[in-house]
Design a protein around this ligand. Structure first.
Ligand code: ZN
Length: 423
């Protein structure tokens, strides 16, 4: 293994604790890449030429690559997403009633509503200042909480189930007294050491302050917020760093693409349906349009996003003969209706790579009676026409504010990524 990559679970925990928003995930991965000798560039400087080991960090989107010495004949791409379902602070958030101050939040993606109750919440995201500059902001104090209604005032909740209205019941409290418009901006300005008038607007979400931790009698599990899909982001980044140290004498360019906005459908400038990965591949390739299309047709993509492990308390929700478990290796995701991009040909490349890396794998198919989720794989495959395989680490509690996966799987996925790029 390349000494610059770090496949330890401590390294993964550092990544998870740093990645409290898409922009923070990109910032942390950029730091790792820089430390491994990757050179930063931007979309504004594409014509200046691209470094052999380079990256572009663009808000919640990260693109990084290693170029071969020869002309590019094919790309190998690992795609992930940097966003997770969460609560975003509204533009005019100051609100409250009955002597409580509250923050207005907008639900981002498919959160499990109940999982956000009674958690001590911090703030993280990006703030645009009036001079046009953008700053990442992180407030690591418990500043807000969504309190659950007491059992005494909701006697039937355990039998009838908890029904939460997203507008009414998910408004966090953050203090006492009469609320005042502008208070949130003032708080933010103070945290950033700028004046209120300098703040233009923000993209800020709440996050659970509880750090990632190992779990289980043998510490074989890992609990954290944002496992979907930070474990794949970590595996992709460390896998690329690892492979970048090996001989680059071939004709294959290695690329990782960590997109924003997967949880809301990927239709954005920085999402998988946007054009930026194509822009980068065109710039890296630098051939004619026909040659570019020939190169794409020889290429391959791994779309890495977490998979559902079998839940011991709900076995009826799973396909009986496809039951992924934590720590038994990355999961190959298949769906006949193309909710996953996996084809028999694209899967074969992944299976062979697992074998070469000495990493076991599992297979997921959803029950016919339960619609399958989707991910960036089909979006990226449709956009680029590159054969794509959907894979991911098995987990429980997907889209909860605190999820659970195996402690060993992310490193296994990183080894597969490193082997894939070293091919
Ligand atoms: Zn995901």
């Amino acid at each position: 293994m390349n000494r610059k990559s770090d496949l330890s679970v401590d390294g993964l925990i550092r990544h998870l604790d740093a990645s409290v928003s898409p922009a923070h995930s990109v910032e942390y991965s950029a730091t790792r890449l820089r430390g491994a000798g990757f050179v930063e560039t931007s979309f504004e400087r594409l014509k200046d030429g691209l470094p052999t080991n380079g990256f572009i960090a663009d808000a919640g989107l990260l693109l990084a690559w290693t170029l071969p010495q020869q002309a590019i004949r094919q790309f190998r791409i690992v795609g992930t997403h940097t966003d997770s379902p969460c609560l975003k602070v509204k533009p005019l958030p100051d609100s409250g009633s009955f002597g409580w101050k509250q923050i207005g939040v907008e639900v981002y993606g498919g959160i499990l509503n109940n999982s956000w109750l009674d958690r001590d919440l911090g703030l993280a995201g990006r703030v645009v200042l009036t001079d046009g500059s953008v700053k990442n902001v992180r407030v690591d104090q418990a500043i807000a909480r969504i309190p659950q209604l007491a059992i005494h005032l909701d006697r039937e909740v355990n039998d009838r189930g908890l029904i939460l209205d997203k507008q009414v019941h998910l408004a966090p409290i953050w203090g006492l007294g009469q609320y005042r418009p502008g208070e949130f901006s003032e708080f933010l300005a103070e945290q950033m050491s700028v004046s209120v008038s300098e703040i233009s607007l923000w993209d800020i979400s709440l996050f659970d302050l509880t750090p990632a931790s190992l779990l289980g009698h043998d510490q074989s599990l890992l609990a954290s917020g944002r496992l979907d899909n930070q474990v794949s982001c970590w595996s992709a980044t460390e896998g690329l760093i690892d492979a970048s140290a090996s001989d680059a004498s071939g004709d294959t360019a290695s690329v990782i693409a960590q997109f924003d906005h997967e949880e809301v459908g990927s239709q954005s400038t920085h999402g998988a349906a946007g054009p930026r990965l194509t822009w980068l591949l065109e710039a890296l390739h630098a051939g004619t349009r026909t040659e570019f299309h020939e190169t794409l047709s020889r290429s391959h993509c791994i779309s890495a996003d977490n998979a559902h492990a079998i839940h011991p308390n709900y076995p009826d929700r799973h396909e009986p003969t496809h039951r992924p478990l934590p720590n038994l290796g990355p999961v190959l995701k298949i769906n006949a209706n193309q909710r996953y991009a996996t084809s028999v040909e694209s899967a074969a490349v992944f299976l062979q790579t697992c074998a070469l890396a000495g990493v076991p794998h599992q297979t997921f198919v959803s029950r016919n009676s339960i619609p399958c989720g989707s991910t960036i794989g089909p979006v990226a495959a449709t956009q680029l026409g590159i054969p794509t395989v959907d894979v991911g680490v098995a987990q429980l509690s997907m889209h909860s504010a605190r999820e659970l996966c195996g402690a060993s799987d992310p490193a296994m996925l990183a080894k597969v990524v490193a082997r894939y790029f070293a091919a």
